[in-house]
Design a protein around this ligand. Sequence first.
Ligand code: ZN
Length: 416
Amino acid sequence: MSRLDRRTVFADTMTARQSEDLTPDVFMIAGFGNTTVAVTEEGLVVVDVPAGSSEKILETIRQKTDAPITTIIYTHIHGDHAFTARDLVEDARKRGHRKPVVIAQHRTLAHLARYREMQPYNWYINQIQAGRGFMRPTGQEKFIPDDIVYPDVTYTDSMSSKLGDLTFELHHYLGETEDGTWVWIPERKTAIVGDLLEGSCPNIGNPFKVQRYEVEWAETLEAIAGKNPEFLVPGHGPLRIGNKATEWCLDNARYLRFFHREVVRLLNEGYWIEDILHMVQPPEDLAGKRFLSGIYGCPAFMIHGIHRRYAGWFNGNASELFPSRSTVIASEMMKFTDPESVLKRALQLKVEGEVQLALHLVDFVIKGAAQKEQQKAALLLKADLLDARSASEVNQIARNIMLAGAEEAEQMAKTL
Ligand SMILES: [Zn+2]
């Protein structure tokens, strides 16, 4: 099986299988990212428009109603929620309807400014994360579409508006992003929560991304559970109804609070990041739950994310405060051994199932071997080890990083 065939396959906990009618006037359109539509006497309100889904959204809507789309709400400005409003605006124009009003939390504007400033970087990390292979950016890549629709209306903490019989309460939260919005329709006891719920353990420590907010995330989920929603539309994964909706919120909240508590406790006891990573284990009753599995978020990543929020980057070892380059350290180490025996030991470790440890050994040869042929052999072994390591990795982001690393190692080997 090729590397591209082994890249991310989003598990069904993260992808709703079918669109569903919550009530006669509210429906969910299933996709990798979900869309919710509310039908009011004053037009349609659409929450989230994931990239690549506009055709399905418009088709599903038009099978049900010809009413104009008056409002589009972004739960946050990520591609799988917000990058395809242009097609809905265009559809409105063709139909002679007024342009839909796009609403988002005001920090969406700052997020968009950052994305514009860092288009190639965001393109680069998302190529790797999505398993599209390893390619260095040239500095010209685009991450957000040129025709992305900016919000017409923004709010700070909350806003509420009534359209026909339905009230739309928009609440700001800090969670996976700083511009999060969750929507509450009290008349239908419906909560549309964006990536507060993702069908995996919360992705608060993504290896590539900016700071995320575990305590506020938990608080928001507890507030949503406090409303006793009858229907809960997550950003990813299937619709949840009744008790299951509340349970999902509270399980995620408890999971987030557990990791926060453990990381903070261990910091207070004087442990450094390496210890903390190896000491914290998720609570058993929650770790076994299907909708909290580590397929997208990941316990180790959560620890990193939380640690970064409360501590600096120093790892506790004074030798590494101003470290030498790893290539210099490796070439010194290689003076005491021959690369062949290190690679031989790495192969043996692989057979013994210690693939991670084998990778560390191989890196010494890549960085420190005197001869190019030795480095090349080590790079090819690294690609092989990363392939093997990725095969047993449940986390999709980690798996894709390993597959990209394997590809990078092979590319480097060709240049030697
Ligand atoms: Zn998402």
